[in-house]
Design a protein around this ligand. Structure first.
Ligand code: IVH
Length: 781
């Protein structure tokens, strides 16, 4: 059925067609997978799957419980299974001008000891700005697809990659090795990106700022039917593991890929000699705006594979290839308006509303303006002509104002003093803990502000928090307005709330399947890991990492909540903070200062001794630099003693200090949690949420291992595990992982290429071991 036919189907016709497709696809799958007796070829089978996906995209409420798009075994959890790359997926060095390209080609010649007139061929390939993927074919059948990840370990996104129509499920032709991993770029072209954003806008779900983010978001969907609806493309340009070599040159490899049904970029060429590179670069740069997809440069590769082999790698970058980057794309347009968006914590972000302008193929209408100070610094005014820039994965930016084109009657932009939210609160500049002004301006409505509440609900259901599929911005805003979901606990009450479900059906137009799916998605999250629970509270300064550390420290939700509530009653006052946030004053010095502030003596001891000396005489525990720092800050004895006495009067209680001493915590995060829980409404809201959930205790780090309690630093290349794996393992075994070597480091694990950290370790006499020794040390635990 063609796309235009799908447009004209009625819901009942569509339902009948979906039923037919579910039966057909299941039958062909069995014939192919279990009986090895296919009745139709891959292309015909793919056409059925695609038709099903297109229908589901048009009628999301009709997706069947037994839909073939759900059948492929979507992973149950939010994470994809890790895939270890047998051959690492590396990156490319960059050249930003002709000189750097000349250096590259000269280096190649030198390394290969080529005479000046010995021929040296290169391939020139557009560098598509998407994300790379690894496709593993065994006996010509696609058995696994993975993302690049950190280069050594990627994510298993087989099911999702299989929905990309450019990717053959079987290689055609002949001559492919029994095992071949084909690598290439997954991306969205401009047309696909625009269509996807238009659909998202119509559905009220989130739109993406650029094709690269959209492609990445689309590929990493938990639900492959969503990926299937995105017009992702794929172009092959490299390979990983092989059972046998299959080509002598890069060019031959690309030709073979084509013969096996793998798409390769038709714009790639082979050239002889380095002189031709600049010509090709100029040619592609000129065509760039009309290509229909984003390229951010051109890749030059030495064509002969035996030479590639000889050239090898410097660190993680091949010596045989380089990416010659283009300058970011720019265009001129008019700034029509500045919209103020209210974020989850009330921060106000100005967004430039531009007269729509095509910047290198993508229509840009919004650009970031960061904050009020940035607007003032650039003196951006309504009606100005501005230069907009779009580069790779960054949000479009305003580079500068074209002053020559400024209207004569323009006036400097005045940042609003009243928040655009329904509460119309006064806008306040945010202060640091020490009371200094920051660039951030906030709505002071906090939880009374519906904008902030909806933003918090969005965070709550997001991937890193409760990860609830089917609750997007549009649904949450609608539920909020209907009064169905005003706080997180309400989400879990939805399923039991017949009245709410009736509203979904009647007013929001949900079909039975959609209601069922939503309820199931919510129920699946009733049991939740402690770290996610903490992160999802959305407390300022408590991000994913801090939440993870808190979960490990407290292990159980109730212990954590209890500690926060006690800390809320033991918060220090402002005077304490003024002292605590002075640079260089650690917790130990602070304690000494507070002890002095409590008891004195405060009489000025020697009238003409320098202040630093007086401070040292009174509090001998303070180090020289700290005495100097305090003297510099306070200037005279009276000011110093008054500040310290005031801090002691407003000292933090033990419960607060306890919270602030946790790993990865500190005064700011502790203060943020304490302030949050000091607000009775917040505490009550958390309790209502807690009552709906089963919060799973965090795994306790081990204390009986060889490395428990030690501070470990990993440096250099690890060959048997990724950095993330090494870190996770060390932490599981009760060690602390640090990023730099200091006196506090107990152990340095060094791989090849380790540099300055190794030297520091030697200087400080810190023990250094190899990766293998580390594995032996931690084996069996
Ligand atoms: S070759 C060891 N060829 O650019 C070399 N990469 O900066 C492996 N890319 O991760 C990469 N087009 O995502 C290669 N024709 C091309 C490419 C290309 C785009 C991307 C790819 C890679 C990144 C490296």
């Amino acid at each position: 059925m063609a796309a235009q036919d799908i447009e004209h189907l009625t819901p009942s016709e569509a339902a009948a067609e979906l039923e037919r497709l579910a039966g057909e696809i299941a039958r062909h799958r069995t014939l192919y997978e279990n009986e090895a007796a296919p009745e139709i070829d891959d292309a015909a089978f793919d056409a059925l799957v695609r038709e099903n996906a297109a229908l589901e995209a048009r009628f999301p409420n009709l997706v069947r419980a037994d839909s073939p798009s759900l059948k492929v075994g979507a992973p149950p959890s939010s994470q994809f299974a890790p895939v270890r790359h047998g051959v690492p997926m590396l990156s490319l060095d960059n050249a930003f001008d002709d000189d750097e390209v000349a250096e590259f080609t000269a280096r190649v010649r030198r390394f290969l000891k080529l005479g000046a007139d010995e021929p040296l061929a290169f391939t020139v390939e557009p560098k598509i700005d998407g994300l790379s993927a690894n496709l593993r074919y065994e006996k010509g059948v696609l058995v696994q697809g993975a993302t690049r990840g950190d280069g050594r370990t990627g994510e298993d996104v087989t099911v999702n990659l299989k929905t990309v129509k450019d990717i053959p499920h079987r290689l055609t032709g002949k001559g492919w090795p029994d095992l071949i991993e084909v690598r290439g770029e997954v991306f969205l072209d401009h047309e696909g990106f625009a269509a996807m954003n238009a659909a998202a806008e119509a559905a009220g779900t989130r739109t993406y700022v650029n094709p690269r983010n959209a492609a990445s978001g689309s590929l990493r969907q938990i639900d492959p039917t969503i990926t299937a609806r995105r017009p992702l493309r794929f172009l092959a340009y490299a390979w990983g593991e092989l059972s046998a070599p299959f080509a002598a040159t890069q060019w031959e490899a690309l030709e073979l890929f084509k013969a096996w049904g793998l798409p390769v970029n038709p714009l790639s060429v082979r050239v002889d000699g380095a002189d031709a590179l600049a010509e090709q670069f100029a040619h592609l740069e000129e065509r760039r705006p009309k290509l229909g997809f984003d390229i951010d440069g051109v890749v030059y590769k030495v064509d002969r594979l035996d030479w590639q082999q000889r050239l090898g790698f410097v660190g993680r970058l091949p010596r045989w290839a380089i990416a010659h980057k283009f300058a970011p794309e720019q265009a001129r347009t008019i700034l029509n308006d500045i919209e103020i968006q209210v974020g989850r914590t009330g921060a106000l972000t100005p967004v430039a509303k531009l007269a729509p302008i095509n910047v290198g193929g993508v229509v840009v209408q919004n650009a970031t303006l960061h904050n009020a100070d940035e607007i003032a610094r650039k003196d951006v005014r309504l009606g100005d002509t501005v230069i907009v820039q779009r580069a790779g994965d960054v949000i479009p930016q305003i580079v500068e104002v074209v002053l020559d084109a400024r209207p004569a009657d323009s006036v400097p932009y005045a940042f609003p003093e009243i928040c655009p939210c329904p509460l119309k609160t006064a806008v306040a500049r945010e202060l640091t803990a020490a009371g200094e002004e920051t660039v951030v301006r906030r709505c002071t409505g906090e939880l009374a502000c519906p904008y902030q509440r909806v933003e918090h609900l969005k965070l709550f259901v997001s991937r890193k928090a409760f990860d609830i599929e089917g609750l997007g911005e549009r649904q949450l805003s609608a539920f909020y307005e209907e009064g169905l979901v005003r706080e997180p606990a309400d989400i879990f009450k939805l399923a039991r709330n017949e009245e709410a479900l009736a509203v979904l059906r009647e007013r929001e137009g949900y079909g039975e399947t959609s209601v069922r799916n939503l309820v199931a998605a919510i129920e699946a999250r009733r049991a939740i890991a402690l770290a996610r629970f903490i992160f999802a509270l959305g407390v300022r300064h408590v991000g994913e990492t801090t939440a993870g550390l808190l979960a490990r420290d407290f292990e159980e939700a109730d212990r954590f909540l209890d500690a926060c509530k006690r800390a809320a009653q033991a918060q220090p006052g402002r005077d304490y903070f003024d002292l605590a946030v002075l640079e260089g004053i650690g917790p130990v010095n602070l304690e000494a200062l507070i002890a002095f502030g409590r008891n004195g003596p405060f009489e000025d001891p020697w009238t003409d001794a320098p202040l630093a000396e007086k401070i040292g005489q009174s509090i001998p525990r303070l180090s020289k630099p700290v005495r100097a720092r305090l003297a510099e800050h306070f200037g005279d004895w009276t000011r110093f003693t008054e500040a310290v006495r005031a801090a002691a009067d407003h000292n933090a209680g033990e419960a607060f200090l306890e919270l602030s001493r946790g790993q990865g915590m500190g005064l700011v995060a502790a203060q943020s949690l304490a302030t949050y829980f000091a607000e009775p409404d917040n505490a009550a809201r958390v309790d209502r949420l807690r009552a709906e959930l089963q919060v799973e205790p965090a795994e306790k780090p081990k204390s009986d291992t060889a490395v428990a309690g030690q501070t470990v630093v990993f440096t250099g290349a690890l060959e048997r595990m990724t950095r993330d794996e090494a870190k996770a393992q060390a932490e599981r075994l009760g060690a602390k992982v640090a990023s730099s070597v200091s006196k506090k480091t107990d152990l340095v694990v060094a791989g090849p290429g380790a540099g300055s950290k190794l030297k520091t370790a030697a200087d400080l006499g810190v023990k250094v071991i190899s990766e293998d020794e580390w594995l032996a040390l931690t084996a069996g635990t």
